[in-house]
Design a protein around this ligand. Structure first.
Ligand code: CO
Length: 134
């Protein structure tokens, strides 16, 4: 059911430092920071030949990234995003298998303007999974 790896998201305590490291030390193509207030994050996109890395930094008071950085002050892998062809069909299959969809269970428009869902990390090897309709 799952398709391509769309992106891997890394929470970072210092977005400018992380951008400079990916651009300078790792030689990657790195975007300018983009505020996404509806998701409580500022994002920098790192473009790789086969996927993307998203560097996430908290934006605003209720950011979901703030708690993560409290627990992991140096930053760390926050979630992994797989593409699916049909997000409602994917949700139906996952719920039938007993997997928990986070929030109210309805797809939201994600960072790339496409519908996304998040799956409970306890159901997937301790990894927060985002599904994005391709
Ligand atoms: Co994501």
């Amino acid at each position: 059911m799952i398709g391509r790896l769309n992106h891997l998201a890394i929470a970072v305590p210092d977005l400018a430092a992380a951008s400079a490291q990916y651009r300078g030390v790792l030689g990657a193509e790195v975007s300018e920071p983009l505020d996404q207030p509806e998701h409580g994050v500022t994002v920098v996109f790192v473009s790789l030949p086969n996927t993307k890395i998203e560097l996430l930094h908290p934006l605003g008071e209720a950011s979901p990234i703030a708690k993560f950085l409290e627990r992991s002050p140096a930053g760390g892998i926050h979630h992994i995003c797989y593409e699916v062809d049909d997000i409602l069909a994917a949700r139906a299959r996952l719920q039938a298998e007993g997997a928990r969809v986070l929030g109210d269970g309805e797809p939201k428009i994600g960072a790339h303007g496409k519908p996304v869902l998040f799956l409970h990390p306890k159901d997937f090897c301790g990894t927060l999974i985002e599904l994005e309709q391709a």
